[in-house]
Design a protein around this ligand. Structure first.
Ligand code: G4P
Length: 539
């Protein structure tokens, strides 16, 4: 029975529609696999930009859309995570950017808590590279379905099925191509669309445009026409498709959503070949936002009152404004700029007067947002990664676990007169999650110990100390490489051991630091009753 629409049920219905048309994903890849180029190609297809190369491109312009610090520009890497939102057909796509460098894998982990799917981007010539493997593992741990894109097919590389075998062998994921390339790597003519049991249903032929700056025109042919047009090259692709089916490598929605299989698309981000197919696949196969469980395991549905999780805090993105942005991913309900929400960790109200979407240097005010969307909140000083915001109905989501640090250093201000700013800056960078800050009585507060997953995090700290707080600092690396969680009783005994130091992290966790795994093994053997637990995430 359908009842006439009343004002009370139009709101949840509209909300449910907005949720259903959203897709929020991140690209995981090794540096240089083509993430920036693909991001731009996606933006081009969605008509966000009219020409590729405007924000990232050839001619040595290495200023990608996500650059924000001098350091990034100098190194040609992207440190910060931002989000690009665009409409594609009836869908709203949120592409959340991930830092490319492995030293910032903790940031990437946080980003992956905010997405519903991941695109694993692989360079056709290089195959699976270390950072891709690491990030894939994180996506798998978080239960995020993964779509695989094999990029740079316009360049000579491996055979198409060889690359798929590598995925099976090395990560135990079953690739299920939706499209196969027509033409070997380096002679990319188009895509074969695979239908039921691997039968070719369509040939999509691409035409190059000058420098790949605009969308590559597509022509669609029937398999018969494709045979006439491409001859043996088509036959090879069709045979490969059948071989895959014989091996059971056909798309299966349930297995994909459970993270066992991964649909594959061959593409050239640079030439804009296969990019539309990537977008269509995201729309058709990637899951829309779903609800979450709170700290007590109670579910909050997407159409429940507003709630959001902070997954990233970023300061200094705009040196002219010296601001601090907290990025939230909306989990439930409708967000309206100006609404006063509650910060679950402090119970304090938080006014959302300044809400933005941020992509690189582009900032746009956000008035309304729905589950799956990413919004940057300006000058949100109390907000830290893992924190919850909510309206009406109280909720607190589980915190984002921090990675096990592997690099340690003491930091102190160059001159004593800057001590106050130094303290303030340390607290700030700590709460943003730029590094972990460890303290003990022996070392005192003037030179806290910084703990990082990758040493480049230290560079970010010293660079920001100088640029944002005008504090010149001195960093001394410490000879530790392993941290274990301990308890107050064990800490007393551990602190007596040579080559072991115990610290309290800002979140209250006691950490014992060891030079290497042999030192740890020795202590564990000599003192078997002490508490020494590995840190969970990323360990
Ligand atoms: P990243 O963000 O993953 O680090 O990679 P990025 O997009 O910066 O691409 C890395 C390099 O790979 C760039 O070349 C880029 O042009 C190239 N590239 C990306 N996608 C494709 C593709 O589909 N085909 C080919 N042939 N090349 C691709 P570069 O020489 O470092 O820079 P540039 O001179 O092109 O600007």
């Amino acid at each position: 029975m359908t009842s006439p629409t009343t004002p009370t049920d139009t709101v949840p219905r509209r909300l449910a529609e907005e949720v259903a048309r959203r897709r929020t994903f991140a690209v995981i890849s090794h540096p240089d696999a083509g993430k920036s180029t693909l991001t731009e190609a996606l933006a081009l297809h969605a008509k966000v930009i009219s020409e590729a190369g405007a924000i990232h491109g050839k001619s040595g312009r290495k200023s990608t859309v996500s650059d924000w610090m001098e350091m990034e520009k100098a190194r040609g890497i992207s440190v910060s995570s931002t989000a690009l939102q665009f409409e594609y057909g009836d869908c709203v796509i949120n592409l959340v950017d991930t830092p490319g460098h492995s030293d910032f894998s903790e940031d990437t982990y946080r980003v992956l808590t905010a997405v519903d799917a991941a695109v694993m981007l692989i360079d056709a010539a290089k195959g699976l590279e270390p950072q891709t493997l690491k990030l894939f593992q994180v996506a798998r741990d978080r239960g995020i379905p993964v779509i695989t894109v094999i990029n740079k097919w316009d360049r000579p590389g491996q055979a198409p099925l060889e690359l798929l075998d590598e995925i099976v062998d090395r990560i135990g994921l079953t690739p299920t191509p939706l499209f196969l390339p027509v033409g070997i790597a380096g002679d990319f003519r188009g895509l074969l669309r695979r239908g039921e049991e691997g039968t070719a249903t369509e040939y999509i032929h691409f035409t190059r445009t000058a420098g790949g700056a605009t969308i590559a025109p597509e022509e669609s042919y029937t398999p018969e026409q494709a045979l006439q047009r491409e001859g043996d090259v088509w036959v090879t692709a069709a045979e490969e498709s059948e071989l895959l089916s014989a091996a059971g490598q056909d798309h299966d929605e349930e297995l994909f959503l459970a993270g066992h299989t991964s649909p594959v698309i061959y593409a050239s981000a640079m030439l804009n070949f296969g990019v539309r197919q990537i977008l269509d696949t995201l729309v058709e196969l990637a899951p829309p936002p779903h609800g979450r469980k709170d700290v007590n395991g109670n579910p909050r549905g997407t159409t429940d009152p507003f709630s959001a999780v902070i997954f990233k805090v970023q300061a200094g993105m705009d040196t002219a404004h010296r601001d601090r942005l907290a990025f939230m991913r909306v989990v439930s309900g409708e967000f309206e700029r100006g609404m006063v929400v509650t910060h679950a960790q402090t119970g304090r109200p938080f006014a959302t007067k300044y809400a933005l979407t941020v992509f690189g240097r582009e900032r746009t005010t956000v008035d309304t947002a729905y589950p799956g969307d990413v919004v940057g909140l300006v000058n949100a000083n109390a907000l830290a990664p893992g924190h919850t915001l909510y309206a009406e109905k109280k909720v607190e989501y589980p915190p984002i676990p921090s990675f096990a640090p592997e690099h340690f250093a003491t930091l102190r201000a160059h001159t004593a007169d800057k001590y106050k700013q130094f303290r303030k800056a340390i607290d700030q960078l700590d709460s943003e999650g730029v590094v972990q800050v460890l303290r003990n009585d022996l070392r005192g507060d003037a030179s806290p110990v910084l703990a990082a997953v990758g040493p480049m995090q230290f560079e970010v700290v010293t660079a920001r100390m100088l640029s944002e707080y005008s504090v010149k600092t001195h960093l001394d690396r410490l000879p530790y490489s392993l941290a274990r969680r301990t308890d107050p009783e064990s800490a007393v005994e551990l602190a007596r051991q040579r080559g072991v130091e115990v610290f309290t992290r800002t979140d209250g966790v006691l950490l014992a630091l060891f030079g290497d795994k042999w030192k740890l093994a020795y202590v564990q053997k000599e003192l078997p009753n002490l508490t020494l637990e590995p840190l969970v995430a990323g360990a």
